[in-house]
Design a protein around this ligand. Sequence first.
Ligand SMILES: [Zn+2]
Ligand SMILES: [Zn+2]
Length: 295
Amino acid sequence: MKIRFWGVRGSIACPGPQTIKYGGNTTCIEIRTDENDLIILDAGTGIFPLSHTLFGELPLTCHIFITHTHWDHIQGLPFFIPTFIPGNTVRLHGAFDPINNGDLREVLSRQMEYCYFPVREAELQANMHYVTLRERQTIQVGSARVTNIFMNHPVLNFGYRVECRGKSVFFTGDHEPMTNVYDIEDDGFPEYQTLMDQKHQSITEFIRGVDVLIADTSYTPEEYKTKKGWGHGTFDTSIHLGRETGAKHLFFTHHEPTRSDAALEKVFQEAMERHPRQPGDPVYHLAREGLIFEV
Ligand SMILES: [Zn+2]
Ligand SMILES: [Zn+2]
């Protein structure tokens, strides 16, 4: 499998001289299976430059998996050029939206209403297929299998495990490690803690042994103190997850949009110093726009 990062920022795109090295686009990851089947994880602004590379393989079939529908993970979707061209097939996968009682088609239709965008969803020329996934449902894409698990975020967020010919990649989407919302002296604390421990365990088992773990690493531990419950991880929680699951490579992503290239490298370096290498540790990487990694 080949992985290519097209967007590594959280929250909002942040192009400019301070972010040239790591990139300013929001979340989008391209995965090519060994047979060159196209899987796209999330449709942040990075999907727009990705779409420009696809003209040579039209008509195409692509399989887009949305972790969740926060803007930074879908805002490139109306600009995904293959949807405007007849003969292409676009299969969009994601969770049901319990807030508005709708599926991904609903979300995309609303995103493309006239007040937001000049072309309506009903006018798209590609064959559009919308697949509402159940938790742990497996979708076969050529020789690859894509399976999801609910992570911890303010809206339903799927983490996706992609497996192809014995190799595997897991992407958390947006994820904050399980935290107990009760104070330790509250009545509900022990029951809730048990639930959190079970959920953490099931996520860990699901990811175990993966070749590549791509993890939401929005904050430093210092920043996290004022951002608990926002649904994001830190360098330290991602390192912990990588070690616990036995991942071979760990990519930190969903970088803070206010963090310059130099600041990003500084907080990465500091994290490495807080956690000196141990035997069996993953190889740590900062995700960078344009980076290609083969597994
Ligand atoms: Zn996000
Ligand atoms: Zn989010």
